[in-house]
Design a protein around this ligand. Structure first.
Ligand code: F6R
Length: 607
């Protein structure tokens, strides 16, 4: 979602502000802007749409200045127009904002009643006016910001620039991420360390409720009680080159192809190959003490939760509940002491998942998180962090994070099963062996890239596509449908294959391709019966299976995608690949914006 950059530089900062915004593009946005302090004046340039538009505006009407802030906006309040684009400004201040000011209507009415005029429909502009009002009456900028923050409800990160103080920027963080970068005689704000990587690796991560005053040589951080506090300076390790696509046409393609390597890296942290055992990081509780697990996540991460339910219940015989995070709190779940709440998130910042995590913590429930960004809000909140090592995921559609989450989930389920006394050493050895084989099998699956590209044209012509799977392949069908719809804009749904007869089969005709995910195994025959029921009604089927499955049921399909024969435990890691590649090639055939599909954001920091 929205991206923030702030620079107190030694020389003109405009180009670096735009460079920072480029590195934040992956988060998703629909307008952008910069503001600098130039000869004692706040100068703004903004544009709707992609950053190229802002670059053109800047080329036609350049701004300079050694102090500046910049923003990519993902519209929440008000359309993605130039007027609604950030920075928002008054005579005195300019600011950029990520998140939502929930009480903005009340604040706006109050400000209007006092005669303030607004030029946008955004919630953000009220913050600029509240701070400005104070400054106009002689209140110092720091105090003006503090007083304003005390009036705001919601979740936000802010970076604020003051006409009166060209050597200072103020930032604040509550519910949305913001980091401080420390340079050589320069200071920075950024939504994440990745955005600041070309400028500095020295990063301070702010905590919830922090307000921070930066100058070129100093950083003063105030905690939620307004006490001056020291936050550590860490070396981010984020690569200044991480945002390169290499030889690939899109980040999504690059990330699909990285999967064997990053899954192997992730498994390395959880497998002890010599002992042939699974190992989790040290934890302050005994897994054997839990007799219920809740798994909470959004989108693609929630399908890992569903697959996790199958694994945990099968191996550890512990009952599992799965919730999408946006519903979890609102069903007022029964929370008990003997329950572990497990949260799954690539970004570690998804607002609904973070809110569900905080809800569980308040209720005294122990929490664990399968998270890709180790410095994220969730990673810092959970009692037990189970890191995925997928590296930065830039394409909006999650791919490598998904398979790394699956790898960690398999390790977690195995560990729990051992703790519960449900797994013999021999069974655990076998699981370790199968997991170790996953990267190679994923490589073999990637070998079908060209075949899949070849069949993408047919699917690209469809208006609707259905995905079917049974058992652990049902969440994979949901993932296939989500991947296809989000990047190709083709309507797609995933169904448990046994559900077809209960409604969806009415949709079947020869214009609706049916993608069937069915590795050979105990559930194969049943899935194939459902597939044949659809074929009898004219469905055009693409069957994703192994050689045995294709040999038994491939006839009459329009295409087959042959996966290596793998153990059911690692099948989701392997079958994810054709599902991702199909969505990718269909989107390419349709000519959509694969890495930044319309309306979507990478890190969903509003509820
Ligand atoms: C789909 C996708 C989203 C995310 C969801 C949760 O390709 O990427 O559905 O999975 O927004 O995001 P995280 O995992 O960051 O909490």
């Amino acid at each position: 979602m929205c991206g923030i950059i702030g620079i107190l530089g030694k020389d003109n900062v405009t180009n670096r502000l735009v460079e920072g915004l480029k590195r934040l593009e992956y988060r998703g946005y629909d307008s952008a802007g910069v503001a600098t302090l130039s000869e004692g004046r706040i100068e703004r340039r903004r544009a709707e749409g992609k950053l190229d538009n802002l670059v053109r505006v800047l080329a036609d009407d350049p701004v300079d200045g050694v102090t500046g802030i910049a923003h990519t906006r993902w519209a929440t309040h008000g359309a993605p127009t130039t007027d609604n684009a950030h920075p928002h400004a008054t005579e005195e201040v300019a600011l950029v904002h990520n998140g939502i000011i929930e009480n903005f209507k009340e604040l706006r009415d109050e400000l209007l009643a006092r005669g303030r005029a607004f030029e946008s429909e955004t919630d953000t502009e009220v913050v600029a006016h509240l701070i400005s009002e104070q400054i106009e009456t002689g209140v110092a900028p720091r105090d003006a910001v503090r007083k304003t923050l005390d009036r705001l409800h919601g979740a936000f990160a802010l970076a604020i620039m003051f006409k009166s103080d060209p050597d200072m920027l103020i930032g604040a963080r509550l519910g949305s991420p913001l980091v401080v970068g420390h340079g050589d005689g320069e200071s920075f704000f950024g939504s994440d360390a990745l955005a600041l990587a070309p400028f500095t690796q020295k990063i301070s991560y702010l905590e919830e409720g922090d307000m921070v005053v930066i100058t070129r040589n100093a950083t003063m951080i105030y905690d939620e009680n307004d006490e001056l506090i020291a936050r550590p300076v860490a070396l981010s390790g984020a690569s200044a080159a991480a945002n390169e696509k290499g030889n690939h046409a899109h980040f999504m393609q690059k990330e699909i192809f990285e999967q064997p390597i990053v899954v192997a890296q992730t498994l390395q942290s959880y497998l002890r190959p010599l002992e042939e055992q699974v190992a989790l990081p040290d934890m302050a509780f005994d897994l054997a003490g839990f007799d219920r697990i809740s798994i909470v996540a959004c989108g693609t991460s929630s399908y890992v939760a569903m697959i996790g339910k199958y694994w945990i219940e099968q191996f550890a015989r512990v009952p599992v509940e799965v919730d999408v995070a946006s519903e979890f709190r609102y069903r007022d779940p029964v929370l008990t002491e003997n329950q572990l709440a497990l949260f799954i998130s690539q970004s570690g910042e998804t607002a609904d998942t973070l809110a569900a995590l905080k809800h569980c913590k308040r209720a005294g429930v122990k929490t664990a998180g399968i998270i890709n960004v180790p410095t994220s809000s969730m990673a810092r909140e959970v009692d037990l962090l189970l890191s995925t090592h997928a590296g930065p995921e830039i394409g909006v559609a999650s791919t490598k994070a998904f398979t790394c989450q699956l790898a960690v989930m398999a390790a977690f389920a195995t560990n729990l099963a051992r703790a519960k006394g449900k797994l013999s050493p021999e069974e655990e050895r076998e699981i370790v062996r199968h997991l170790s084989e996953a990267p190679e099998a994923m490589n073999a699956a990637l070998g079908h890239d060209e075949d899949i590209a070849g069949m993408a044209g047919t699917i690209a012509e469809a208006r609707d596509v259905l995905y079917l799977g049974r058992g652990i392949d049902y969440p994979m069908a949901l993932e296939g449908a989500l991947k296809l719809k989000e990047i190709s804009y083709i309507h797609a749904e995933g169904y448990a294959s046994g559900e077809m007869k209960h409604g969806p089969i009415a949709l079947i005709d020869d214009a609706v391709p049916l993608i069937v995910i069915a590795p050979s195994g105990p559930l194969f025959e049943k899935t194939v019966s459902n597939m044949q029921e659809a074929q009898a009604r004219g469905a055009k089927v693409v069957l994703i299976s192994d050689a045995e499955g294709i040999g038994r049921a491939g006839q009459g399909t329009i295409a087959t995608i042959e996966m290596p024969k793998v153990h059911p435990l690692i099948a989701p890691l392997v079958y994810a690949i054709p599902v991702q590649l199909l969505a990718y090639h269909v989107a390419v055939a349709k000519g959509t914006d694969v890495d930044q599909p319309r309306n979507l954001a990478k890190s969903v920091t509003v509820e």
